[in-house]
Design a protein around this ligand. Structure first.
Ligand SMILES: C[S@@+](CC[C@H](N)C(=O)[O-])C[C@H]1O[C@@H](n2cnc3c(N)ncnc32)[C@H](O)[C@@H]1O
Length: 202
């Protein structure tokens, strides 16, 4: 079986088991993955953190862009997905945990700050995941001053209240939030938010 077929069946199975947390029936496509990884600098040794990697659609794009530079850490809540990811990407550090615990997870890996956060999290995670401060605040707090967070939203749900709350939250947490072009090649079509320059939040 090809890895694409394996990824697809694993994804569907985990969706049926945890639909809200998985939030998609199939992995994202390469066109979306390429947009999500775009802010990763082409020079230097950047620290890139991926949230909700699932079966690794964005992980592969990040790995290709880093080409052995810097550090790549993926944080996945679902242990089955995390095991699959670790086996598929031996060069990527895979943390089993919640995005809301990112400061503690980074400390455990000896990482002070991230240059780029690539988030494949569903909007649900922003509303339900953190017992403490809003998740956007937590993510903003671990980025460098010039750091960037990318987050995607399915285009056809962008105007639903939870997605609008997510965008509002990003604008509260970052000085600049720009929407990319719609990635029609993705199923379903998606839009990437590029959130830059985290604000200092209480
Ligand atoms: C919509 S899927 C995206 C998977 C992959 N990035 C892609 O685009 O194909 C969301 C992923 O986020 C994970 N997830 C959900 N809530 C999470 C959380 N609070 N912390 C870490 N991962 C989470 C789910 O287990 C799932 O793998």
């Amino acid at each position: 079986m090809t890895s694409t077929k394996t990824d697809g069946s694993l994804f569907l199975r985990e969706f049926l088991r945890a639909p809200t947390r998985t939030a998609a029936v199939a992995p994202s496509g390469t066109a979306l993955a390429d947009q999500m990884a775009l802010p990763i600098p082409e020079r230097g040794e950047p620290v890139v953190v991926e949230l909700g990697p699932g079966t690794g659609a964005f992980t592969r794009a990040i790995e290709q862009r880093l080409a052995g530079r810097g550090r790549q850490l993926a944080v996945e809540l679902n242990p089955t997905m995390a095991d699959h990811l670790a086996a598929r990407f031996p060069g990527v550090e895979v943390a089993r945990g919640r995005a809301g615990d990112l400061p503690q997870i980074l400390a455990g890996y000896g990482i002070d700050r991230a240059d780029v956060i690539v988030s494949g999290l569903p909007w649900f995670a922003y509303e339900a995941d953190s017992d403490g401060p809003p998740l956007v605040h937590t993510l903003a707090s671990v980025l460098t001053a010039q750091g960037v967070l990318t987050q995607f939203a399915y285009t056809w749900t962008r105007w639903a209240p939870p997605a609008r709350r997510l965008l509002h939250g990003l604008r509260a947490g970052f000085e600049e939030v720009v929407s990319g072009r719609t990635v029609w090649a993705n199923l379903p079509p998606a839009t990437v938010y590029f959130a830059r320059r985290p604000r200092s939040l209480p």
